[in-house]
Design a protein around this ligand. Structure first.
Ligand SMILES: [Zn+2]
Ligand SMILES: [Zn+2]
Length: 314
């Protein structure tokens, strides 16, 4: 499936098989998760995608030698910029991202730099594993940025939050889930996954929060979440794109409250999270689509109709 121009649906295309270059591996794609970032790319909210582009960066595929590998968003780094040198390869000046700068997994075959692929843990089917590769991984990095927060708010209960809620519960944290106002089904889903409270994003939680992670791309949630924080608390913005944050009184930030974003992932995040996931154990809930139904999957995600994560099966 190919994006020719942002703002237009993906097109079914017959492409030549990609040829692996030095250090690259050719994978037969079995499953590819659909991420909100894909939606931002397709809708033109991210500025510089390669065009034409095959989107998709939560790829589970099989190499020619039979290994089952996952391809994440971070597809390549230079390894020697000032960020890479400090262990912050997620911020690499020259980073290339799968399904953005590099053709991704909405396809039957893909090539990827082997150094950035992860072995997929056993016990997960292809479609169950796919959402671990971004929803899980970047969700996990976001969770780490909340430090030792005990009372954790999750704003937007989609693919990422449904995984993070399980990890947070495993770590002994208390989870408070916020959905679109009136999304009773989403709130029930959050409670099934261990949230002790679930309500609309217009509601106040029953207690102040020590941290909140914002998965919904709505800037107005930043002051809302700040207002729900206890002193010293942190708001983590997990998405790659967000609408503008409205101005708010300084009082909401006072008392050492913090706002920070999380960008991309490092390979260390991936190794740590994929080792942890089977131990929790994280169970992903997926809605599957055929590859040719990618536009429908994106439409359902845009409308907020996916329970858990959407996954394309090649
Ligand atoms: Zn670098
Ligand atoms: Zn993603």
């Amino acid at each position: 499936m190919v994006l020719d121009r942002p703002g237009h649906p993906l097109r079914v295309a017959e492409l030549r098989d990609p040829e692996p270059g030095p250090g690259q591996v050719l994978l037969e794609v079995h499953a590819c998760g659909v991420c909100r970032t894909d939606l931002h790319v397709v809708d033109g909210e991210l500025p510089h995608p390669k065009l034409p582009l095959v989107p998709g960066h939560q790829i589970v595929g099989v190499a020619e030698d039979g290994r089952r590998l996952g391809v994440p968003w971070l597809g390549w780094t230079d390894g020697d910029c000032r960020f890479c040198a400090r262990g912050l390869e997620n911020l690499c000046d020259q980073a290339r991202f799968t399904g953005y700068d590099l053709d991704g997994g909405y396809a039957e075959r893909v090539v990827a730099d082997e150094r950035f692929c992860f072995p997929i843990p056993q016990g997960y089917s292809d479609e169950e594993a796919a959402p671990l590769l971004c929803a899980g991984l970047i969700g996990y990095r976001s969770l780490r940025m909340t430090g030792d927060a005990e009372r954790l708010g999750l704003y937007g209960f989609g693919a990422s939050a449904h995984i993070v809620a399980q990890v947070a519960g495993h770590q002994g944290r208390r989870v408070f889930a916020f959905t679109k106002p009136g999304d009773v089904a989403g709130q029930a889903f959050a409670r099934e996954l261990g949230a002790e409270w679930a309500g609309g994003s217009d509601e106040r939680p029953p207690e102040d929060l020590d941290a909140a992670i914002l998965f919904a791309p709505a800037g107005e949630l930043v002051p809302t979440a700040l207002a729900a924080l206890s002193k010293g608390g942190t708001v983590v913005c997990a998405g790659i794109h967000m609408t503008d944050i409205p101005s708010f009184p300084y009082e909401l930030l006072w008392s050492e409250r913090r706002i920070r974003s999380v960008a991309n992932l490092t390979r260390a995040d991936g190794e740590e999270f994929l080792a942890l996931a089977p131990r929790v154990p994280v169970r992903t809930e997926v809605e599957t689509f055929r590859l040719a139904e990618a536009n429908e999957a994106l439409d359902r995600l845009r409308a907020g109709w996916i329970r858990g994560a959407a996954v394309l099966l090649a």
